[in-house]
Ligand binder design. Structure first.
Ligand code: 4AD
Ligand code: MG
Length: 483
């Protein structure tokens, strides 16, 4: 007989035709067996749904069936027929089963039952094989695709900005060093400091914390650009919303002020949420059920008033609230949470940085919709932000989301050479290594703006997952770089 070509399970389940001979390959999720017949649920990652394989015990034989257990890889030839019982429109009557790879049930870590997310983090090499991580992986892919489509459709150019850099884009000093010097015996200069002139690049280099500075260079010629790359932060924050390695989407637009920037941010977030609803419905329905199941174990007041799909639809329906930092401080200062000391960090004075508890209060309790805050105190924001005339604030804008807090950080940029130079001096930004950035303000400088969307924070919101370690395949966090 001629060898059958493999068909994706998603296409088999959606097949118009039946009574056709097909081949499916995949990994076993479950097996149920009675005396004469066995049912095997097969998944190949192409859909959340499994293909039910109906196995005639006589025909396939006990010896083969014994090797079919959760996690085993199979190739199945058979007849695709209309299904009456599997919950799917199609099922496969096996004619021949080849065991491509066994998975000894005594040692295979995944069992056909619910595993905790913590357990699965330790099995990140296998967790793609669970329904939850299959769904997240497909949604993550769709979101990446949606990001590129959004910008491509609007005439933006994608710029690959460097991963190894000699500058600190955020000026926060939270960088991972890239060096080839011998850590035990580094060369020293006359002052006894490590002599990076002898290092690979002839200078101190690090992994980038943001592609913004280089994106600005491109925007000041190409008008509308974006980067979408990995970024690295050596901040020791072991929270459910921080990674040491995460992906950031950073558009940068010439001739745009902070209001244009906010419009772009709101459009993009709504576009991406809608893109997920339109393209990932089955996976989102699965995650919605999963989350509702999980919420049952929570106390009444900790439960979200909306399910996942409702939360996504809600973001589309509402115009985001736009307020200044000063207005936000007023709201927080006068809030019951502040008066009854329910915040861990009480709001007393203008000038403090907002914690995620404050951000979530504004979004979830006060405005009950996404909030954009502008005009933050200059001392808690980066050197490159455009200074306001009041001498105290800068044209920063953060977007705050329910469950997440800050999802986007951005600003209008300081395009005035003298003001930028002065601010960099005040903030002790090494001017020598930034000569190229400063030069753009001397030659054809224009107002421009941009922002950074943390891709995993978006993934947290869209999937309803509670921990950022579960929306990236291989999380990098303090004390953890396994896999
Ligand atoms: O607010 P941030 O630090 O802004 C920048 O890096 C700017 N250069 C962006 C720009 O204007 N082009 O970071 C932007 C976003 C945050 O709002 C957050 O969503 C995400 O990046 N982010 C993190 N996500 C995961 N883990 C971390 N450690 C993150 N730090 C920031
Ligand atoms: Mg920020």
């Amino acid at each position: 007989m001629e060898k059958l070509k493999r068909t994706d399970i998603v296409d088999l389940l959606g097949s118009e035709k039946d009574d056709i001979r097909v081949n499916a390959k995949g990994w076993v999720r479950t097996k149920r067996q009675s005396k004469n017949v066995a049912f095997v649920a097969l998944n190949d990652g192409s859909t959340i749904n499994n293909l039910q394989i109906v196995v005639d015990v006589q025909k396939i034989g006990e010896a083969t069936l014994e090797k079919i257990s959760t996690g085993a890889a199979l190739s199945v030839d058979g007849l695709l027929v209309e299904s009456t019982g599997s919950g799917q429109a199609r099922e496969l009557q096996a004619e021949q089963i080849e065991i491509l790879g066994v998975a000894d049930p005594d040692v295979y870590p995944l069992q056909p039952k619910r595993h905790s997310l913590e357990f699965l983090r330790e099995k990140a090499h296998l967790r793609f094989r669970t329904s939850t991580f299959g769904a997240i992986t497909r949604i993550r892919h769709a979101m990446i695709f949606g990001v590129h489509k959004f910008f491509n459709d609007r005439g933006f150019y994608n710029i690959h900005t460097p991963i190894i850099t000699g500058s600190d884009a955020e000026g926060a000093g939270e960088m991972f060093r890239v060096s080839m010097l011998d850590p035990k015996n580094p060369p020293l200069d006359d002052e006894g400091d490590v002599n990076f002139k002898e290092d690979f690049f002839g200078k101190e280099t690090n992994l980038t914390v943001s592609g913004q500075l280089e994106a600005e260079l491109a925007a000041l010629a190409m008008s509308k650009v974006y980067t979408f790359g990995p970024t690295f932060r050596a901040e020791n924050s072991n929270t459910s919303r921080h990674l040491a390695e995460f992906w950031m989407i950073e558009p940068e637009v010439a001739f745009a002020d902070i209001h244009d920037d906010m419009d772009l941010a709101e459009d993009m977030l709504k576009y991406l949420v809608k893109y997920a609803l339109d393209n990932c419905r089955e996976d989102l329905d699965f995650l919605t059920r999963r989350l509702s199941e999980e919420e049952k174990h929570k106390k009444e007041h900790e439960r979200s008033p909306m399910n996942l799909i409702e939360r996504l639809e809600f973001v589309l329906a509402e115009k985001f609230e736009r307020i200044t930092y000063s207005q936000a401080i007023d709201v927080l200062k006068n809030s019951n949470y502040n008066k009854k000391k329910k915040f861990n960090f009480l709001i007393e004075d203008w000038g403090i940085d907002l914690q995620s508890e404050h951000e979530r209060y504004l979004v979830e309790k006060h405005f009950k919709k996404p909030v954009m805050i502008t005009d933050y105190p200059k001392d808690i924001k980066a050197f490159y932000m455009k200074q306001n005339d009041d001498g105290k604030t800068v044209r920063a804008m953060d977007v705050l989301f329910p469950q997440i807090g800050e999802i986007i950080g951005g600003s209008q940029r300081e395009e005035d050479y003298d003001k930028l130079l002065q601010r960099m001096g005040e903030m002790e930004i090494p001017l020598k290594s930034m000569w190229w950035y400063l030069e753009t303000r001397k030659f054809g400088t224009v107002p421009h703006s941009g922002f950074g969307l943390g891709f995993e924070r978006l993934m947290l919101f869209v999937t309803g997952m509670g921990n950022i370690r579960d929306v990236i395949p291989f999380p990098r966090t303090p004390q953890n770089a396994e896999f």
